[in-house]
Design a binder for this molecule. Structure first.
Ligand SMILES: *[C@@H]1O[C@H](CO)[C@@H](O)[C@H](O)[C@H]1NC(C)=O
Ligand SMILES: *[C@@H]1O[C@H](CO)[C@@H](O)[C@H](O)[C@H]1NC(C)=O
Ligand SMILES: *[C@@H]1O[C@H](CO)[C@@H](O)[C@H](O)[C@H]1NC(C)=O
Ligand SMILES: *[C@@H]1O[C@H](CO)[C@@H](O)[C@H](O)[C@H]1NC(C)=O
Ligand SMILES: *[C@@H]1O[C@H](CO)[C@@H](O)[C@H](O)[C@H]1NC(C)=O
Ligand SMILES: *[C@@H]1O[C@H](CO)[C@@H](O)[C@H](O)[C@H]1NC(C)=O
Length: 248
């Protein structure tokens, strides 16, 4: 008995499962029904759009009927109840529900479809640059036509660091902008769920730090000098030992 209740609860939560589908404007929408459906004389199947519109239906003879505004651009498949809607437009954004209608209406699949345009370009510009021979500070702006973020990078002889990682989520456009450092390259990435555009700048082209070269040079000089001294000492001691042998 308890088992049955749990099963029923699972069934309920599954029935309310709403899935988000993000789609590029102009592409084709494919929606599936994962539950098995059996139609009979008294039971029809519909794909609904929002609360009051119908896309198409299947009756128990499995013949698909599309309603006026969807004729020619939609398909409902009799075998698996899938829906295909071609060349999707912004006006197609909304809720799609698969319903079985007999004595009452039962929803068996529900999707929220969000149609997006490709994101606009992401520009990366260097606003401030202060550089000495051993350190360098760089402030960049990562921008789109709608919004921008700026971030500062600091380099010394060894490496470069981003002072703080910057990102911006703009829910109005469903898009986000991020500026980050990967190895010695700054990336500015504008993305939404269906597309992204990025731009980059190599830090070395702006910051020329010479101290790295100097320190390598110092190390080489020290190593060279030490080995030279050891060699000279060795030669002298060999010479002295030979002299001692001869004196004996
Ligand atoms: C449903 O059937 C159609 C036509 O046979 C097929 O193109 C589509 O891939 C099927 N969808 C699934 C989810 O099996
Ligand atoms: C469908 O519903 C969505 C979400 O409520 C709404 O934004 C959209 O305008 C509706 N579309 C139509 C054609 O009614
Ligand atoms: C970079 O910024 C840090 C912290 O503000 C500062 O200590 C350093 O001198 C700056 N370097 C240059 C080259 O301006
Ligand atoms: C960045 O956005 C601010 C407004 O938030 C604007 O005043 C500024 O001009 C923008 N900068 C760039 C480089 O687009
Ligand atoms: C923006 O959204 C992405 C996922 O969509 C998330 O990973 C990131 O942390 C969010 N950034 C901010 C600043 O909220
Ligand atoms: C930009 O962001 C998108 C979405 O997060 C990601 O798939 C893509 O790989 C990123 N591209 C770069 C160059 O960082």
């Amino acid at each position: 008995m308890f088992f049955l209740v749990v099963l029923a609860l699972l069934f309920c939560t599954e029935a309310q499962d709403l899935q988000n589908v993000f789609l590029l404007h102009g592409s084709d929408l494919h929606l599936d029904v994962k539950k098995s459906v059996v139609l009979d004389k008294k039971t029809d199947f519909f794909w609904k759009f929002n609360t009051t519109n119908y896309v198409g239906k299947l009756s128990y003879n499995n013949e698909a009927v599309l309603f006026d505004s969807y004729e020619g651009r939609a398909e409902v498949f009799g075998r698996n109840f899938s829906l295909v809607l071609k060349n999707i437009q912004h006006s197609d954004s909304g809720y799609y529900t698969a319903v079985v209608v007999g004595g009452q209406e039962q929803s068996i699949a529900e999707y929220k479809v969000i149609v997006q345009d490709p994101v606009s370009r992401a520009e990366l510009t260097v606003d401030h640059l202060s550089s000495t021979s051993d350190s360098c500070n760089l402030t960049v702006t990562c921008s789109t036509v709608e919004f921008n973020i700026s971030s500062t990078f600091r380099c010394d002889a060894q490496n470069c660091l981003q002072v703080e990682e910057k990102s911006l989520n703009v829910s109005k456009y469903f898009s986000s902008l991020i500026v980050y450092l990967q190895q010695d390259t700054i990336f500015c990435n504008h993305s939404n769920k269906v597309s992204w555009k990025a731009n980059k700048k190599v830090i070395k082209l702006y910051c020329e730090i010479k101290s790295d070269g100097i320190s390598v040079c110092v190390v080489k000089t020290v190593v060279f000098s030490v080995s030279l001294i050891i060699m000279v000492i060795a030669v002298i001691s060999v010479h002295l030992m030979e002299k001692k042998k001869k004196q004996k």
